[in-house]
Design a protein around this ligand. Structure first.
Ligand SMILES: *Cc1c(COP(=O)(O)O)cnc(C)c1O
Length: 270
């Protein structure tokens, strides 16, 4: 009788592969009080901790970025009271409006995580503390010039299209190395890492493949650029992202509750 050999466990994939939770998409209950936000933040943190435990990572290496897009000022103030001090927004105009309306919250900072048209770069330079969707040299040039004028610096992430969907923003993986070198002269841009959106799919294998691509890319770039952060994973797939090395997860609906605007308002033709 031939004994079957045990399958070889891959680097990080746990025994029972983690599944995306897209069945909750647009169904998370709205947080309406500080204690709702505290409970949701604790639940998300517990999921982060569990994912880290599965792959022997330290949860302190994973930063949770709450995403407040479409949420109104009243709800954002509740989130702030519950301990959110850096918020992700997809659209710069919306973020700028909120930053002005809540300028009294001096410890509240803004991360722009969506595609930026170069004519809006000026605005980002004015108020954002982080920009996660850099994918154009022209935008980088304008940002750097405006930041110099403002006497500010900006943490940036280079967005990579890991799903190869033509509708997605971000550079192709094989363009990133050259792009990173071209960013070097821009002294006001502090390149922190890479960002991606995985394919929106209930097929865990396809989702994981996107995150693996970003990690492998960062490993290829490490010699030139040192350790890069990996911003990957959202409400429905951040556990898989953490298993593959995410150091930043961008979580909206699992903290704030479902949005009423459809996703293709933010991600063209999903
Ligand atoms: C909205 C958004 C997120 C968060 O998505 P959720 O499903 O609300 O967790 C993450 N990244 C980007 C770029 C986004 O626009």
């Amino acid at each position: 009788m031939i004994k079957s050999t045990q399958p070889v466990a891959s680097d990080t994939v746990p025994d029972a592969p983690t599944q995306p939770r897209h069945e909750m998409h647009n169904r998370w209950p709205r947080a309406e009080s500080v204690s709702d936000f505290q409970a949701n933040l604790a639940a998300v943190q517990a999921r982060i901790d569990a994912a880290c435990l599965r792959v022997n990572r330290d949860p302190a290496q994973v930063r949770l970025l709450p995403v407040s897009k479409t949420m109104d000022e009243a709800h954002i103030r509740l989130a702030h009271q519950a301990g959110c001090f850096l918020l992700g927004e997809n659209k710069v105009q919306e973020a700028w409006g909120k930053a002005q309306a809540m300028a009294d919250l001096t410890d509240l900072r803004w991360s722009v995580i969506g595609h930026l048209q170069s004519n809006k770069a000026k605005l980002v330079a004015k108020f954002a503390s982080e920009f996660q969707a850099l994918d154009s040299l022209h935008t980088a040039e304008i940002l750097d010039r405006r930041l110099q004028a403002e006497g500010r610096t900006l943490d940036v992430f280079v967005q990579v299209n890991t799903s190869n969907e033509p509708s997605k923003y971000g550079l192709a993986a094989d363009e990133v190395a050259a792009f990173m070198l071209k960013l070097r002269p821009f002294s006001c841009l502090r390149v922190q890492g890479l960002m991606t959106l995985a394919e929106f799919s209930s097929d865990a294998v396809r989702v994981r493949a996107c995150f693996v691509r970003l990690r492998q890319l960062s490993q290829q770039l490490a010699q030139q650029h040192g350790a890069l952060q990996l911003s990957m994973g959202m409400s429905g797939d951040f556990e898989i992202a953490i298993e593959e090395g995410a150091t930043v997860v961008r979580v909206g609906q699992a903290i704030f509750g479902a949005r009423s605007l459809p996703d293709d308002y933010f991600w063209p033709s999903r």
